[in-house]
Ligand binder design. Structure first.
Ligand code: ADP
Ligand code: MG
Length: 704
């Protein structure tokens, strides 16, 4: 087969461009269905290959009727003894019912509001039929609602495990299944495996074709539990590819950077001394080390690309200010980009509060400025009247032209896409980049994942900071929780109440938050004001409410997990988290980072779930004992199971997500080692002209 030894084509996309056959070329896919597929991001046969099922129906074995379990799906077989339409007079509804029997057992199959003609083939008494559905047991009576039925002779040909795809509006799962089948039957043989065979052998990974086939249509001998846990060798292979591609890209970017040289900045000992003297407190050793490294980077003659990783509250802003100071003293402008308006405002306040000797001339540029004001800022920035330009995405507008941008600081860098980062960098001639992140991930993973950068880890908390204490409290102790809340308010402090959403898509989210806000209003004395925020509020309202909380106008803020990373309300000392079991440990850790920001401590109450397993309890208890984000991330990783893999093809980093890397860190390490090995030995991969790299950058990593 062509391409087997083609080690240079390390990426599926480029090697398999001929699979960009539109789905509408497949039998059974007309223009309308093609549109529906497209809405899910599926336009080509290759997209279909990578549209993996999230679940499988086990139709490998027939479950005897006396072994049916309530609420569990089952594949069953029996003889029709009765089939007819019936009226439900009280509910003015028609149902269609088939009763089947096997040995001494009976089972009713029931459909509401369906055309009885549909059942012609399976309703003749005496017919042997098979059905797949979820059993409902009511005492002796067994039922299945809306099962999938076929005559037994047809079922005999059916595959063992049927794939269940993520739902596509307007296309039934059965149709998706046959469409994928057609695609696999007609085109899979053309697929070229981009990963060299020797690597697959060494890593004991199956081939790509076999993997794609098995993920859609598993062999009857497959292990059902492994399938459902996305834990087969075939799942592993797909994950390997994702990590592998990601790492190739990181390696490529790093070596591109190493080739560029820029005029070094002048960084003097006095400058560093002045910096440390400019803050009203002593800097921590980690802050100092970070600042020193930045000085070396800027003076080093290569573009700086440094990532400062430190937990919330470790004082990263100071480091950003120090970097900006060095740029400004070299007569360069610095830009500070934050993901939200509120964070940008916070930074603006911060820079305005720094001593005048630092010579900062800050300006705030955000999306909601009036046109005239914005134009005025544009022209002042262009003239060089401001030397630190703080803002949101507004900083990457084409119309904004810097006088001499020398440093771009990107706060909460994971909130920006590759494209946005690139846009700000392009605004200067030799822009140095400093990114900041509070994402708690284990160091080893961070170093690999962000292999294109240099690192500063900030592990120490500043000053005599009292850590936030975290308590897992039984829901039954409502009274105590309420008293704690009231106590916090009477002392003039503020509190967050967090209600995580039940399900990403659910309206219940709003209900949880608004209900909670309402009941708090009811039970609290009227002088306390309660406000709520959630993801579905328009950004303007959301920011206003956050601002009111910051200014102290609101005493309690009820929120989903949307409360910003980095939001700084030093007066907030209490956080109550409902349903902490729905959240990852790292996420809770991020949330509790919102409180105790004045360094005097705070309390985070996790309301203990009523029905909690020992494992849930053990997991949540980690937070009581452990206060380091990196350590918690490590623990989180150990507690997680395997996650399903779907929508693989849109595998930008943002979607790949750190979560997936944490879950599969062994595989991640392996694939990154392998990528490094291949990168070192394959000259073609290093060339900027490499077609493969280009295609890869363009197609796989256009996001995140
Ligand atoms: P991060 O961005 O890392 O979450 P911030 O930069 O917002 O943290 O800092 C949190 C708080 O700690 C701020 O109020 C800041 O003034 C304070 N801070 C920073 N460094 C020190 C230090 N060395 N000593 C005392 N307080 C500090
Ligand atoms: Mg910050």
């Amino acid at each position: 087969m062509a391409g087997k030894n083609d080690t240079s084509s390390a990426v599926t996309e480029s090697a398999n461009s001929f699979l960009n056959v539109p789905v509408s070329d497949l039998k059974g896919v007309g223009a309308k269905r093609a549109d529906l597929f497209a809405q899910k991001g599926i336009t080509t046969v290759l997209d279909l290959f990578y549209f993996f099922p999230g679940n499988y129906e086990d139709r490998t074995k027939i479950i005897p009727l006396d072994k049916l379990e309530d609420g569990k799906p089952a594949f069953i077989k029996g003889t029709v003894v009765y089939a007819d339409e019936e009226n439900l007079p009280r509910r003015r509804k028609k149902i269609f019912k088939i009763i089947i029997s096997r040995k001494t057992e009976r089972l009713e199959l029931v459909w509401f509001n369906v055309n009885k003609n549909f059942f012609a083939a399976v309703s003749e008494p005496g017919t042997l039929i098979c059905a797949y559905g979820t059993a409902k047991l009511f005492g002796n009576k067994k039922q299945m609602y809306h099962p999938d039925v076929v005559t037994a002779d047809k079922a005999g040909e059916s595959p063992g495990f049927l794939p269940v795809y993520p739902s596509i509006e307007g296309i039934p799962n059965k149709v998706v299944r046959t469409t994928v089948k057609t695609a696999v039957d007609n085109y899979l043989d053309l697929l070229i495996d981009p990963v060299p065979e020797n690597i697959l052998k060494k890593q004991k990974l199956p081939g790509l074709k076999e993997s794609i086939r098995q993920l859609h249509f598993p062999d009857k001998s497959s292990d059902y539990d492994c399938l459902m846990d996305s834990d087969t060798p075939f799942h592993k292979r797909i994950r390997f590819d994702r990590f592998f591609n990601l790492m190739l890209k990181v390696l490529y970017e790093r070596q591109i950077r190493n080739r560029i040289s820029v005029p070094p900045l002048k960084i003097t000992g006095k400058m560093l001394k002045d910096i440390t003297g400019s803050f009203p407190f002593e800097l921590t050793d980690d802050q100092l080390a970070g600042i020193r490294s930045i000085g070396e980077d800027l003076a080093g003659g290569r573009p700086m690309n440094r990532l400062v990783m430190g937990d919330v509250g470790t004082g990263k802003t100071v480091i950003a200010a120090a970097a900006a100071y060095m740029a400004v003293k070299n007569n360069l402008q610095a830009a500070l980009m934050a993901p939200t308006q509120l964070l940008a405002e916070q930074h603006m306040e911060y820079f305005c509060s720094l001593p005048p000797e630092m010579d900062f001339k800050p300006v705030l540029l955000t999306g909601n400025l009036k046109k005239a004001a914005r134009e005025e800022i544009y022209s002042a920035v262009k003239k060089g009247d401001y030397n630190i330009i703080i803002g949101t995405h507004a900083l990457i507008q084409d119309r904004l032209i810097f006088n001499n941008l020398g440093l771009a600081v990107i706060d909460e860098q994971h909130r920006f896409g590759v494209q946005q980062r690139a846009s700000i960098i392009e605004k200067g001639k030799n822009t140095h980049v400093l990114s900041m992140s509070a994402t708690p991930i284990p160091r080893t993973i961070a170093i690999t994942l962000y292999g294109d950068r240099d690192f500063s880890f900030i592990g120490q908390y500043p000053g005599s900071r009292v850590p936030v204490s975290t308590l897992l409290v039984d829901r039954a102790k409502k009274r105590w929780i309420f008293d704690t809340l009231k106590d916090c308010l009477t002392h003039g402090r503020q509190a967050y109440v967090v209600c995580p959403l039940v399900d990403e898509s659910e309206k219940l989210e709003l209900k949880n938050v608004t209900d909670m806000a309402q009941s708090l209003k009811k039970i609290l004395p009227s002088e306390y004001s309660v406000e709520y925020i959630h993801g579905q509020l328009d950004p303007f309202t959301k920011e206003n409410r956050l601002r009111d909380f910051r200014s102290g106008k609101t005493n309690i803020l009820v929120a989903t997990t949307v409360i910003e990373v980095g939001i700084h309300v030093p007066n907030a000392t209490l956080m109550i988290i409902e349903h902490p079991e729905r959240l990852g440990l790292a996420q809770i850790h991020q949330l509790r980072g919102r409180i105790g920001r004045d360094g005097k401590g705070g309390t985070c109450i996790l309301i203990s779930p009523e029905t909690q397993s020992d494992k849930t309890r053990e997991r949540l208890c980690t937070l009581e004992k452990c206060s380091s984000g990196f350590e918690i991330a490590q623990k989180d990783m150990e507690f997680r199971g395997h996650g399903e893999i779907t929508g693989i093809r849109q595998s930008g980093f943002s979607e790949l997500g750190i979560g997936e890397i944490l879950k599969h860190h062994d595989l991640f390490t392996k694939s990154s080692d392998t990528a490094r090995e291949l990168f070192e030995t394959d000259p073609d991969l290093k060339s900027p002209e490499s077609r493969h790299i280009k295609t890869m950058l363009a197609s796989v990593f256009d996001e995140g």
